[in-house]
Design a protein around this ligand. Structure first.
Ligand SMILES: NC(=O)c1ccc[n+]([C@@H]2O[C@H](COP(=O)([O-])OP(=O)(O)OC[C@H]3O[C@@H](n4cnc5c(N)ncnc54)[C@H](O)[C@@H]3O)[C@@H](O)[C@H]2O)c1
Ligand SMILES: O=C(O)C(=O)C[C@]1(C(=O)O)C=C[C@@H](O)C=C1
Length: 378
């Protein structure tokens, strides 16, 4: 446990949108007093109303400040927090890390900043690898971070080496842990290279696939199944946020896009003459390489990839059905590892897909059947 005046110090959250309000909900549940502040009075009031914390009066001291503003405002907000709260640990959660740190160092070293390099000892850059395709406090969830990775990037100076103090680092990790996340410590540069591949490329790919649908005939769209939904969920993300993320990490994203461009060009060449010698093997290789890549995505808490068994429960499309299914599952003692809900086009039923450990599937299916649920195993 890091040294602090209290076990559950007061946390000020600056930026009370999706992430800020989710952190507020989670930290309040963990016993922290939480203060909220946002440039948008509406976002701040909604966050207060959903129980993420109470309004900051603009003066009170906090022991920990979490900047959850958009990336373009993050460095300035960190500098302001370091100035205002002279003893606080200051964290940010922006999706890009190296550009925020560079801007922060520049602001700190500017004449008249009132900050010194020593003040940066109280700063740690972080990034929860959890979110949603929706913005704003209305979409906030206190459990958003449970079992998800949370990156901790000790601040480093190009000439002076590591800046973040041990005390600040251990508070950053403690906060992530209290929100249920798993800790991954790395440099800002390695973080940005990594998220270009596992977060920024998927966003670009989803947006590009979904943009093809804009002018598609509605008869074609009515055939949409899970394949399309799986690939396009994040295409609903906020353009304003993603402009900032992609331009803040452009070099790393570009490196991946160059490789992708080669793959697409090759695929186009193959499909232009699929009967040519070697073409079928090329196509098989494309899919097989995808199989190999997807098999490397780890499970929860960085555990090795694990295939879950899925069973589908057919429910009436009316309020309270998902809660009723989950309540009955809870009585069986079988842990649900993942869950999703789908609707069957043109039918008044929903399909609740439950992922469970393979050894528990049959037992759960039988128990749910006995309780009167209609279960389909896939
Ligand atoms: N959305 C995600 O999935 C996700 C996941 C991890 C990290 N992040 C990062 O978290 C941060 C917030 O993202 P979000 O999804 O919660 O966005 P959001 O749009 O839901 O919320 C951002 C909030 O910040 C407020 N704000 C803007 N400028 C501000 C300033 N100068 N000071 C204080 N508040 C300010 C806005 O009014 C808004 O309420 C971003 O830096 C983003 O990169 C987002
Ligand atoms: O699950 C989602 O909806 C997300 O957008 C999450 C996601 C991600 O790519 O994993 C998106 C961007 C953030 O920087 C962190 C998390």
């Amino acid at each position: 446990m890091p040294e602090s005046s209290r076990e559950t110090p007061t946390v000020l959250i600056r930026g009370t949108g999706l992430l800020g309000a989710s952190i507020g909900l989670g930290l309040r549940a963990a016993g922290h007093p939480v203060l909220l502040s946002d440039v948008s009075a509406t976002a701040q009031r909604i966050a207060e109303d959903i129980g993420a914390g109470t309004a900051w009066n603009g003066e009170d001291e906090a022991e920990i400040v979490i900047v959850a503003a958009p990336p373009e405002s993050t460095a300035e907000e960190i500098a302001a927090a370091l100035s205002h709260h002279r003893h606080a640990v200051v964290l940010d959660i922006a999706s890009v890390k190296a550009s925020v740190l560079t801007d922060l160092i520049r602001l700190t070293e500017a004449d008249g900043s009132g900050l010194s390099r020593a003040d940066l000892g109280r700063y740690v850059g972080t990034h929860p690898m959890a979110g949603r395709e929706r913005s704003g406090p209305v979409a906030a969830r206190g459990e958003l971070f449970t079992s998800m990775p949370w990156v901790i990037c000790p601040a480093e100076h190009p000439d002076a080496g590591r800046l973040s103090s041990d005390a600040a680092l251990s508070w950053a990790e403690e906060i992530a842990r209290r929100l249920g996340a798993s800790i991954h410590r790395m440099s800002p540069g390695f973080h940005d290279e990594s998220v270009a591949l596992i977060s920024h490329l998927p966003q670009v790919a989803a947006s590009m696939v979904a943009s093809r649908l804009q002018d598609a005939p509605s008869d074609a769209l009515e055939l949409s199944g899970n394949g399309l939904r799986d690939v396009t969920r994040i295409a609903a993300s906020d353009p304003n946020l993603w402009v900032q993320i992609l331009s803040g990490n452009s070099a790393a994203v570009l490196g991946i896009l160059y490789g992708l461009r080669e793959d697409i060009q090759r695929l186009i060449g193959t499909l232009e003459d699929p009967a040519a010698p070697g073409a079928q093997a090329d196509l098989a290789q494309l899919i097989a390489e995808g199989n190999a890549g997807v098999a490397r995505i780890p499970g929860k808490h960085g555990a090795p990839p694990r295939a879950f068994s899925v069973l589908t429960v057919i429910v009436d499309d009316k309020p309270g059905q998902i809660a009723a299914v989950l309540n009955d599952v809870a009585t069986t003692g079988v842990n649900v590892e993942d869950m999703r809900m789908d609707h069957s086009a043109g039918h008044q039923v929903g399909m609740v897909e439950l992922s469970v450990l393979p050894g528990r599937r049959d037992e759960l299916a039988q128990a749910l059947n006995e309780m009167g649920w209609k279960v389909v195993q896939s």
